[in-house]
Design a binder for this molecule. Structure first.
Ligand code: IPE
Ligand code: IPE
Ligand code: MG
Length: 242
């Protein structure tokens, strides 16, 4: 879908890292008398339009919440659909992302519940796109912010890191992707005003943007409006701006 970058959007001040909680797929489907899973499928177009739009304005890091450590609580058929859908999305569209210059990464628990064949597809997509530099797309899959912090602490302990030496930088080096910058702008669709365990460490000073739009209806234009709102905010990081 073509759309014009708003003239008021300052391309020299776009957020470096945008994160999206892609929420509202089930409600979108149910509102049209369809099965919830149809909503997940419809979310694919929203995702790709958002990726293209993010690239167009020069966003370097885009992180999307695709499946949480808590989403295993859903009915087995929906979980099964989501595993298969994410796998098929990687098979069908990794090459396209590669051609776009997108580097694909994953954040989440690898060694817990995710089927082996899905892990293989994830590894293939990461390997294929590893040298791309235009934008990093991190797919948070089987991801929980608390799990990430616990996993980091466990690995730190296993490495014998001395307690006195631990500071924020130490813990950051043990997160799923130590090179991932803090989130500048966090967008959540579907009118829910919560984090639902997304990127807890990395959102400490993010600007939060909530929209009523359901994820399958989200397009790059909605991203641009979120960035405009972001650019109107005064980020102080605990200090004072003059
Ligand atoms: C977000 O949409 C996608 C996932 C959690 C996988 P939902 O499935 O949560 O849709 P709603 O919030 O129930 O409408
Ligand atoms: C968060 O949405 C997870 C994803 C978008 C993948 P949920 O729909 O699972 O969150 P809650 O249950 O409304 O908090
Ligand atoms: Mg939801």
């Amino acid at each position: 879908m073509r759309s014009v970058i708003p003239a008021a959007l300052d391309l020299s001040r776009v957020p470096q890292h945008v994160a999206c909680v892609m929420d509202g797929n089930g409600r979108w489907a149910q509102a049209q008398g369809m099965a919830r899973t149809e909503g997940h499928a419809a979310g694919e177009e929203a995702l790709f339009d958002t990726i293209e739009g993010a690239q167009e304005v020069g966003i370097k890091w885009l992180t999307v919440f695709a499946f949480s450590t808590e989403n295993w609580k859903r009915p087995p058929e929906e979980v099964k659909f989501l595993m298969g859908f994410n796998e098929s999305l990687l098979v069908r569209r990794s090459h396209e992302l590669h051609e776009m210059g997108v580097r694909i990464r994953f954040a989440g628990r690898r060694n817990w519940r995710v089927p082996k064949r899905v892990l293989r597809r994830m590894d293939d997509a990461v390997e294929l796109t590893q040298h791309n530099t235009d934008m990093t797309l991190t797919i948070a899959f089987n991801y929980g912010g608390r799990a990430e912090i616990i996993d980091a602490i466990k690995t730190m302990a296993a490495d014998g890191i001395e307690m006195e030496r631990i500071d924020e930088g130490t813990l950051e080096r043990y997160l799923y992707d130590p090179t991932m910058p803090d989130v500048d702008l966090l967008i959540r669709t579907s009118g829910e005003h919560r984090l639902s365990n997304f990127l807890l460490w990395q959102v400490a000073y993010s600007e939060l943007l909530f929209t009523e739009t359901l994820w399958p209806d989200f397009r790059r234009n909605d991203l641009y409006h979120a960035i405009l709102e972001y650019q109107a905010r005064d980020r102080r990081f605990g200090g004072l701006n003059r």
